[in-house]
Design a protein around this ligand. Structure first.
Ligand SMILES: [Zn+2]
Length: 140
């Protein structure tokens, strides 16, 4: 990927999310979990029941199901120079919805509920971004 792609921290410094991006560099996907009730969130936020008092990052399985997607044909940045992008919403096995790119597949092959698995794409900039690819047949 091009070095001028948008990166974490380009918009605003975000100390609460830094552990998430550090874990991506180690190929680990994290979710933000309430340690009181065990509910997982992404992005980081407060528990809808218990607030922010006991929240923390924990490793996720890195698996989920394709919830919805769109195919982006228009290039909104010069850094996006390769094929059409599939922008997807993944329902992580831990519960949160995760916005990402779906790679190594074609939009014609997609169906709601397909199992997916995280992978990490490290660009020339050295930043690892979490993306997903299909991991098997649809779950019934
Ligand atoms: Zn909670």
């Amino acid at each position: 990927m091009s070095a001028d792609r948008p990166l974490p921290g380009d918009v605003v410094d975000d100390a609460i999310d830094q552990p998430f991006w550090d874990a991506c560099n180690d190929s680990v996907l994290l979710v933000y979990r309430c340690n009181t009730c065990g509910t997982s969130y992404w992005p980081a936020g407060s528990c809808t029941t218990h607030g922010m008092s006991d929240m923390g990052w924990v490793p996720a399985a890195g698996t989920g199901q394709l919830h919805t997607w769109t195919v982006v044909h228009q290039r909104y940045s010069r850094s996006f120079t390769d094929d059409d992008k599939i922008v997807a919403v993944i329902k992580l096995d831990e519960g949160p919805f995760f916005h990402t790119n779906l790679i190594d597949t074609h939009a014609d092959d997609l169906k709601v509920g397909l199992p997916v698995k995280v992978t990490f794409s490290t660009g020339d900039d050295g930043v690892a971004l979490p993306m997903f690819r299909l991991s098997g047949p649809p779950q019934q």
